[in-house]
Design a protein around this ligand. Sequence first.
Ligand code: ZN
Length: 67
Amino acid sequence: MPLQVDCPCCGRRTEFSPENRWRPFCSQRCRQIDLGAWASDQYVIAGNPQEKPLDDGEPVEPRKPER
Ligand SMILES: [Zn+2]
């Protein structure tokens, strides 16, 4: 009896077997949905500009005299 797992996307029971190329997902659709969520997460992280800390009277770098 093949091992059965719950699809991480929809929670449906699916076979975790070499025949199931979408394992541990139940279908290609669920796999793509999950990967899509991942990709959008990555996109948000990559597209989010790093906020530079505002100068709050706490200088991190030593001041250099202007030439
Ligand atoms: Zn599914």
